[in-house]
Design a protein around this ligand. Sequence first.
Ligand SMILES: *[C@@H]1O[C@H](CO)[C@@H](O)[C@H](O)[C@H]1NC(C)=O
Ligand SMILES: *[C@@H]1O[C@H](CO)[C@@H](O)[C@H](O)[C@H]1NC(C)=O
Length: 442
Amino acid sequence: MPSLALLAAYVALLCAAQASARSDSTLGATAAGASATSAGAGGRSLLGVDPALLRLIKLPPGFKIRTYTDDFVDARNLAVGNRGSSKPVVVYVSTTGDKVHALVDRTGTGTATACTLLSGLDNPNGIAYDGSTRSLYVSEVRRITRWDNVDVAALAGCKASLLRSRQVAGPAVLPEQASHANRFLGLGPDGKLYVTVAAPFNVDVCRDPYCSIHRLNKNGSGHEIFARGIRNAAAWTWHPVTKALVFVGMERDNMGPGNTHNNAPDDLLHSLEKPGIDLRWPYCHWVGGGYPVQRAPGPGTAIADPDVTLPGMTAQRCARVAKKPLQALGPHIAPLGVLYWPRAVRAGQQQWPVGFGNGFFVAEHGSWNRDPPIGYRVAYVQLNANNTAVVRHSIFASGWLQPSGDWGRPTGLTRLPDGSMLVADDGQGTVYRISYEPSTRG
Ligand SMILES: *[C@@H]1O[C@H](CO)[C@@H](O)[C@H](O)[C@H]1NC(C)=O
Ligand SMILES: *[C@@H]1O[C@H](CO)[C@@H](O)[C@H](O)[C@H]1NC(C)=O
């Protein structure tokens, strides 16, 4: 719902871009050859994201951001396919509409063309690629489907006739849900599928199968609840050493009187080292230390919910019995993506500065339930060497939120085979590539 103020801001930016009349290779590129392009976001041409907008993005020294494709892609989550080959590179892109796209970079040089691989689905927000069978698992609201031969089909320009599919799980596993029906999906190091079944409301007493992360075997057997007491696990990954499932969780809205909800509770980064943990939502929440716009490292302080109470579950008891998050990310920043970043790189991959490694990037979709708004960034959370605590919480990429409003909203994150990062944006309808190029200019 773009407001008039926002639209005005966008027009102003476009005018500024034209006034500066810089020749820019991004603007010069065309969307030729693309068959993606579902209904577009407002104010966006087929010429890709305006370079004047991209110049608003702030990054640490030596980093560059470009669009990965000039095609419109209503991107939500990202998954690298083609067994992680550096050429051609295939990236699958989920949406909260009805489509799954593929981005193909044939030369591996950082520019991809989009095509639509699947359509007619019901909110296919979750995608997980399995290189062992070259399959893409897709979660919709009421089912998980395995699609085989996806790499061949994507490289043939999204030729749907090359695909084979079979249903892995149906309505018995994935319940009816109107609210928070985006089913994030991941393939764990244990070879099992993990899928979110979030709270079907803002806040209330929650019962199975909701407010949890479920897991099942790839063939659909062995379905169980992996973790409970979670409002909305919007995305996760696994730590390669501890094998913990590390997720970003969205917390409740409109808590407390007046504008209390502006600063509490915090959205969270949590680590689950074993199955069976109950995180005690909706009774317990966390409020980070330091300022809401950039919380201090660590979990902050536990608080009890003022509306949904359990006898004896005070803030003090929450602090004792509720698992501490790794990091309080800030109130309403709305995390939708989390990406582990390794310290060691393989041959041919970018080596990012020492400040980035053994940590997690978090994509912040940005707030609606806060005045002033917050988020619309990519943050970074640095773990200590033994993976027990966070030592730094910093802002990596920002600028999608301007004083006049937001022009983009980060969602999914992934790491390309060349060691650069992709950031999806479902506000602008694009995917960016962030690379470390300290020697290049401009
Ligand atoms: C399904 O997968 C599980 C785990 O890999 C396996 O033990 C089981 O035999 C499989 N079931 C069928 C019917 O293939
Ligand atoms: C982990 O490392 C920190 C220093 O970064 C240290 O203080 C702590 O004792 C270590 N914990 C364990 C369990 O090794």
